[in-house]
Design a protein around this ligand. Structure first.
Ligand code: FAD
Length: 480
């Protein structure tokens, strides 16, 4: 039963687990709470059990969904782990809106598709992530960032005005940014390390007016191979560094896919005063100078926030595998990246895995802006101005065991190399790192939570509210 549940619920399987056949036995204790009261009663009545909470099931390390496989599996196939409860939050997926206050409230199992639709209908905008099936709570509680909207709208966690959370002993807490003392610490800690603190049953966000988004679009360049892509990417990254990173009125995201098509997305906000087409002319000139063809060019394809917010939903739905295997990593800088960093991105970050794992992509993002001005959430994501993630992905049924291991070796080698680049932050993110990587590759607490002070506060808060570590199925298990 739970192996099927894992297959249905996990968006992908971690590349680090793709060759794992040890986990044969499983627990059947999967519960579907319908209300906060259900969650509170369950936690209060069975104080010994460890608890895994699953919202969208998109964690690249399968941190919570993997809990359906027992640690003792492989030793005894009939073993069932009765001491781990999985809470699948899918029945708590409500979204309600208060138009007057411009606030929207989601239940603990809501996904971005539901939130985006309600938000757009209410004339609002939020810095949501790109995937429609990603869990709103899983994203927010791990410091989720928005490459499209973050520079104007900040991070979603910075927009939380109310949080309902059930802590380890079953107590329900209602927290706001004004909460003080230990509750204030809990509120702050939850916005970067919340998956380690309790079961979030509801979050309320302050929306911005939809008019905060002006327009957006993309230029698509079919480079064909790495040799042709390199000179163009060099120029595109210089454009990002010189013209986009220093301003907060627009953002740029460069996506490189395995056939070396380069998709450059631009988003312009109400604060942008120039002409969008003229602004991006340099990119067109660079493609021409490098002799790589532009196959699509429309700077005003997105006329409204919802169109931009939902623009990748169809593309993401097409990423399929049996299973889809995936590993996520990221690098970033706090200030303008040096030319050495940009070279590293092109030469090394866009690595050989890209051909072996044909659903892979690299996304190079401009962040900062309002995010840097807002409350300093306890997530390394807050600190990044320049951000590049590497999503390595392939259909597990079409790749041999040997190739799977070889892909992981390539990826791990790149992370080791990245760590040697003094200027780079590496895997500093709860949403874009691979917490089941070998321990020597994992980032330290001050990096992943944004500062040593945040790390200390999170450790202390974890001890106060979950001293027996009931909530241990999260990306920070090696740190807390
Ligand atoms: C297609 C795709 C697009 C993505 N786009 C972005 C993006 O644009 N920006 C970005 O930052 N990230 C992005 N991500 C990464 C994503 O934000 C993280 O993987 C996130 O943690 C997924 O949350 P989830 O609820 O879907 O996953 P889950 O695996 O269900 O949960 C992840 C973690 O959060 C915990 N959790 C979930 N719900 C609750 C709850 N109600 N209470 C307590 N703990 C909870 C779980 O226990 C687990 O530890 C994307 C991922 C995918 C696959």
């Amino acid at each position: 039963m739970s192996a099927n549940w894992f297959k249905e619920k996990s968006w992908s399987i971690s590349g680090n687990k793709a060759n794992d056949s040890k986990h044969l036995a499983s627990t059947n204790t999967i519960i579907y709470p319908k209300s906060t009261q259900d969650v509170a009663e369950l936690l209060a009545s069975n104080q010994e059990a460890a608890v895994a909470v699953v919202c969208g099931g998109h964690s690249s390390s399968n941190v919570a969904t993997w809990a359906c496989f027992s640690e003792a599996a492989g030793k005894d196939d009939s073993y069932q782990d009765d001491n781990t409860i999985i809470l699948d939050m899918k029945n708590m997926a409500s979204v309600t809106v208060d138009k007057k206050l411009m606030e929207v409230t989601v239940g603990g199992g809501s996904t971005f598709r539901q939130l985006a639709q309600v938000c757009a209908d209410a004339g609002g905008a939020l810095p949501i992530g790109t995937g429609d099936t990603v869990g709103v709570c899983g994203y927010t509680m791990n410091g989720g960032l928005s490459g499209y909207f973050g520079k104007r709208l900040g991070m979603l966690g910075q927009r939380v005005v109310h949080m309902e959370i059930v802590i380890a002993d079953g107590t329900v807490k209602n927290l706001t940014p004004e909460s003080s003392g230990e509750d204030g610490n809990l509120f702050h800690a939850c916005l970067g390390a919340g998956s380690a603190m309790g079961v979030v049953t509801s979050l309320t966000f302050k929306m911005e007016a939809a008019a905060s988004f002006s327009t957006g679009g993309s230029i698509v360049v079919a480079c064909g191979n790495k040799t042709s892509a390199e000179p163009f990417l060099k120029r595109a990254l210089q454009f990002m560094k010189g013209s986009v990173l220093p301003t907060s009125s627009c953002s740029m995201e460069i996506v490189i896919v395995t056939d070396f098509t380069v998709i450059i997305n631009f988003m312009f906000y109400d604060t942008f005063t120039g002409n969008t087409s003229s602004f991006v002319q340099q990119v067109r000139d660079d493609a021409k100078a490098c002799n790589v063809p532009i196959v699509a060019d429309d700077m005003s394809s997105y006329k409204a926030w919802f169109e931009a917010a939902s623009s990748l939903w169809d593309v993401i739905a097409g990423l399929k595998g049996d299973p889809l295997v995936r590993v996520d990593h990221c690098i970033g800088t706090r200030s303008l990246p040096s030319d050495e960093v940009l070279d590293f991105v092109i030469d090394t970050w866009v690595g050989d895995y890209i051909q072996k794992a044909p659903l892979s992509l690299v996304e190079i993002r401009s962040l900062g802006g309002v995010t840097k001005e807002g409350s300093a959430l306890p997530s390394g994501n807050v600190n990044a101005l320049f951000f590049a993630d590497m999503i390595v992905s392939y259909d597990g049924s079409s790749v041999s065991s040997q190739e799977k291991s070889s892909i992981m070796e390539d990826v791990h080698r790149i992370i080791v190399d990245a760590k040697k680049q003094g200027e780079l932050m590496v895997d500093f993110s709860g949403t874009h790192s691979q917490s089941d990587d070998p321990p020597e590759l994992l980032a330290k607490g001050d990096e992943i939570f944004g500062s040593q002070d945040n790390y200390e506060l999170i450790k202390q808060t974890k001890h106060t509210f979950d001293s027996t570590n009931r909530f241990r199925f999260h990306p920070f298990a090696h740190l807390l």
